[in-house]
Ligand binder design. Structure first.
Ligand code: ADP
Ligand code: MG
Length: 421
């Protein structure tokens, strides 16, 4: 989809650029589309009392030159646009719900479960779906304040929904001893950097989803390659003697790098390559499908690591424009839950994903770079590591979000033989 300002009209005028308009015989900027333009001309020629009072103020007040007036008009127009998008969003969701076409079967199943929660009517359901809470899990595992903030639902409704979702999912109490018993079985894969391992509490752990996010060339893909090699190592060497499944969405998987890394560890690279099951995901549907299919491979092939590089690249490019945002978050949410579910089913499986960062110009304090995918991704991954560049081959990793790790940073390097201190 081209940006509005990039569309040229028949006369070669770009939108937003000043030009001489035949309709109103004045210089002004080109409107959105021809129809809008005519309206624009009419608007400008309208007697001022026909225009609504807010706009009159804007027009009558001290706009000395036309350029300023046009700017003001464009602002009003932009605001109206935003409004339309919101409305469209509502309409879209309702349409989806009525026709049941746009959601995949498994999403529809989760939605039905939410629909059955006590007190969930059409309006509440819409709000929940729109905010990406379309499954019992997503409601049960998200802090109430965030559900409230994202969905606009009230305090009481939110607590009730969480409680009911938890009951449905049978999330009750168990002794801390049981939990400890479970966690004791967690194994770790070395990253090949002692510092990074220490930061992660001993390496990448099984039973959870770890997300590495950062800008371009910060080493996300290199870490994914390294983990695919290291998962195959014996326990005393920091591995868990398993195979890896690599889902590549960006076309950046390089067997050459695997060979270099294997040789760096004195491993037979042919064997190492054989133990990596590779899937290239060409679009987001394909990616979702590959993960669903992975369920069968895990047992069959002794897979102990799943890599998704990158998690939401396809979603980002396919769902353009705010009109499809809710839909996109919804699908990502369900995809993430597919991954989390795998971790629950196979406690000795580790899942590592990468995520691109998005610049957020409206953030004035702290780091303006945020992981793409927003809250949905943030709540889906168990451990989040932010990567940034240091000097030369150095990279810095920072724990952003982890239930049991202290905040801290580690410095590692990317060399020809892979990740190292
Ligand atoms: P991204 O975060 O975008 O996935 P990558 O993981 O692909 O980034 O990291 C790219 C960086 O890895 C390069 O900038 C380079 O510093 C390093 N790198 C890649 N291949 C090699 C190599 N063969 N030898 C040394 N460094 C390499
Ligand atoms: Mg990459």
């Amino acid at each position: 989809m081209a940006k509005a300002t990039e569309i040229e009209d028949d006369n070669g005028f770009k939108m937003g650029e000043p030009y001489f308009c035949k309709e109103c015989k004045r210089n002004h900027t080109k409107g959105k589309i021809y129809k809008d333009h005519i309206e624009f001309a009419e608007f400008e020629n309208k007697t001022k009392d026909e225009v609504d009072s807010d706009n009159i103020e804007l027009i009558n007040d001290d706009f000395e030159d036309e350029a300023e007036l046009i700017e003001a008009f464009n602002e009003i127009e932009a605001e109206t646009d935003d409004f339309e998008v919101e409305e469209q969003l509502d309409a879209e969701i309702i349409m989806d719900k009525e026709e049941n076409i746009n959601y995949g079967e498994s999403i529809q199943e989760s939605i039905n479960a939410v629909k059955k929660l006590p007190g969930v009517g059409e309006a509440t359901l819409n709000k929940l779906i729109k905010a990406g809470f379309s499954s019992l899990e997503s409601i049960a595992f998200t802090p109430p304040s965030i559900i409230q903030e994202e969905s606009g639902l009230g305090d009481k409704t939110t607590s009730k929904l969480i409680k009911a979702s938890m009951e449905q999912l049978n999330i009750g109490f168990k002794s801390a001893e049981d939990v400890w018993e479970h966690r004791k079985n967690i194994a770790r894969i070395t990253t090949a950097s002692q510092e990074l391992d220490d930061l992660l509490g001993g390496g990448v752990e099984t039973g959870s989803v770890i997300e590495f996010f950062g800008e371009f060339r910060t080493g996300k893909t290199q870490i994914m390659h390294q983990l695919c090699v290291n998962v195959q190592l014996s326990e005393e060497k920091g591995g868990i003697e398993g195979k890896a499944l690599y889902i590549d969405t960006e076309g950046t998987f390089r067997p050459e790098r695997i060979i270099q890394m294997a040789e760096g560890l004195d491993l037979d690279h042919k064997k190492v390559l054989k133990n990596i099951v590779f899937g290239r995901a060409y679009n987001s549907d394909h990616q979702i499908l590959l993960i669903k299919e992975a369920t069968n491979l895990i047992k069959e092939q002794n897979i102990k690591l799943i890599v998704v590089d990158s998690l939401i690249g396809h979603f980002r490019s396919e769902y353009i424009g705010r009109g499809t945002l809710a839909n996109r978050q919804q699908t990502i949410n369900s995809h993430l839950h597919d991954l989390l579910r795998l971790c629950d089913i196979y406690p000795n499986l580790a899942i590592a994903v990468t995520n691109q960062v998005q610049s957020k110009p409206d953030v004035f304090y702290g780091n303006p770079l945020q992981a793409a995918g927003g809250n949905v991704v943030a709540h889906g991954s168990t451990i989040r590591i932010y990567l940034r560049k240091g000097k030369g081959e150095q990279r810095i990793a920072k724990v952003v979000d982890a239930p049991h790790l202290p905040e801290g940073e580690a410095i590692f390097s990317i060399t020809e033989n892979g990740i190292s201190d």
